[in-house]
Ligand binder design. Structure first.
Ligand code: PLP
Length: 418
């Protein structure tokens, strides 16, 4: 894939090779990552990257759109069929801009948003003081129950009635449990709020129907198309037909500029692939693997936040092991297992230290890892935790990790031969 770059710029080509080598030799368990199929890579690098277009099929601001129009229309049909949605807008550049376009569509400055706390699983774009949306809208946050570590729906209900938000957002970056969309939709209806679900992390599981879909319950559903959806670095938004016009206007010209047709082409392919039996089986195995890892780590005395997982990720509380998230993240990194430190609910540590790690199973499942390999990963993780700064221990663990992952190629042989 780097035939020309290798000639004109060996330096950057070498960095791509280096990154490919890193990915091939690592056990990738960052919960937001997945491996893009080769078709997604091909299409993301296709001639559609040359086409500048704004607007929608039949209403473009530039000429020469006839082929691109066919792509966008095909994407709409496939996406609506796949997710059972009334309307889709696939112009978003990412999950973040997908959220911004919904805000731009229906909110005014000063409007109140009720969303999940960042330190208990929510996302920056839902109203963190560090994100620009906090300068425009006011925010109130709900969280999880201290005992169950699941969303405290009674508290959410009470807060919604007190605060009367204009919008309620469900969806998170590190919440391992199913969300009761029906219940939140009912609360939103009672207080007259829009209900938006951000399914960035779980869109692949939803598409494959291995976990329930928010589409029937929410006014708007936003998503990144990387993460479990395993597609291009891009985004998408679904809504009820009654909001179709307002969403399209809020997206363009409301919040975005010209389109990224190369990633739109890649997403179009993924809307077909995600309906396949192959994808369904991978997504089903992702959930099986996540449960297996939670079970095995529990056997080794790790505490799993909320006691387990229903999706592709788990959050591990390391306090019982006497180590912090940073220490465990760095020790695992040294042995070739990539995870990220993560706040646990009511975490006593600072965000830069944390008491936990978040572990995702999408990438390793795409590579073909099943229960026996997950059991081995749990055992390696346990050995790492026992002596996370002992070099001899880490060297041993690295050997075990390498022996395991070397049997599962990242891409088919020869995929990147020039
Ligand atoms: C990752 C994430 C986003 C942002 O998606 P990007 O594609 O990274 O912009 C938004 N919301 C949630 C819940 C996420 O996890």
């Amino acid at each position: 894939m780097l035939k020309f770059t290798r000639q004109s710029d060996p330096e950057i080509a070498a960095l791509v090779d280096e990154e490919l080598h890193r990915q091939e030799h690592n056990i990738e368990m960052i919960a937001s990552e997945s491996t893009a199929p080769l078709e997604v890579m091909e299409l993301s690098g296709s001639v559609f990257t040359n086409k500048t277009l704004e607007g929608y099929p039949g209403r473009r601001f530039q000429a020469g759109s006839e082929v691109a129009d066919k792509v966008e229309r095909l994407a709409w049909e496939r996406a609506k069929e796949l997710f059972g949605a009334e309307h889709v807008n696939i112009q978003s550049y990412s999950g973040s801009t997908a959220n911004y376009s919904v805000f731009a569509s229906v909110l005014n400055p000063g409007d109140k948003i009720l969303a999940m706390r960042l330190d208990q699983g929510g996302h920056l774009t839902h109203g963190s003081p560090a994100n620009w949306v906090s300068k425009i809208y006011t925010h109130v946050f709900y969280g999880v129950d201290k005992e169950t570590e699941r969303i405290d729906y009674d508290a959410l209900d009470k807060l919604a009635k007190e605060e009367k938000p204009k919008m309620i957002i469900a969806g998170a970056s590190s919440y391992p449990r199913l969300i009761d969309y029906e219940r939140i939709a009912k609360i939103a209806e009672e207080v007259g709020a829009y209900f938006m679900v951000d399914m960035a992390h779980i869109a692949g599981l939803v598409a494959a129907k291995v976990i329930p879909s928010p589409i029937p319950y929410a006014d708007f559903v936003t998503s990144s198309t990387t993460k479990t959806f395993c597609s291009a670095r891009s985004g998408m938004v679904f809504c009820k037909e009654k909001y179709a016009k307002i969403l399209d206007k809020g997206t363009f010209p409301g919040s975005l500029g010209s389109l990224m047709f190369h990633t739109m082409a890649a997403k179009t392919w993924s809307f077909k692939y995600a309906a396949s039996e192959e994808f369904r089986q991978i997504m089903q195995q992702v959930v099986v693997n996540a449960r297996k890892l939670a079970e095995e780590l529990t056997k080794y005395g790790f505490r799993i936040v909320s006691g387990g997982t229903d999706n592709h990720l788990l959050v591990v509380d390391l306090r019982g092991k006497g180590i912090t998230g940073t220490v465990f993240q760095d020790a695992l990194d040294a042995v070739g297992i990539t995870v990220n430190k993560n706040m646990i609910p009511f975490d006593p540590e600072k965000p830069s230290v944390t008491s936990g790690v978040r572990i995702g199973l999408t990438s390793v499942t795409q590579r073909g890892l099943k229960e026996p390999e997950i059991t081995e990963i749990a055992s390696i993780m346990n050995q790492v935790a026992q002596a996370p700064t002992d070099e001899k221990n880490l060297a041993e663990c690295k050997e075990r990790a390498e022996a395991l992952i070397s049997k599962f190629p990242l891409y088919q042989a020869g995929a990147f031969d020039d």
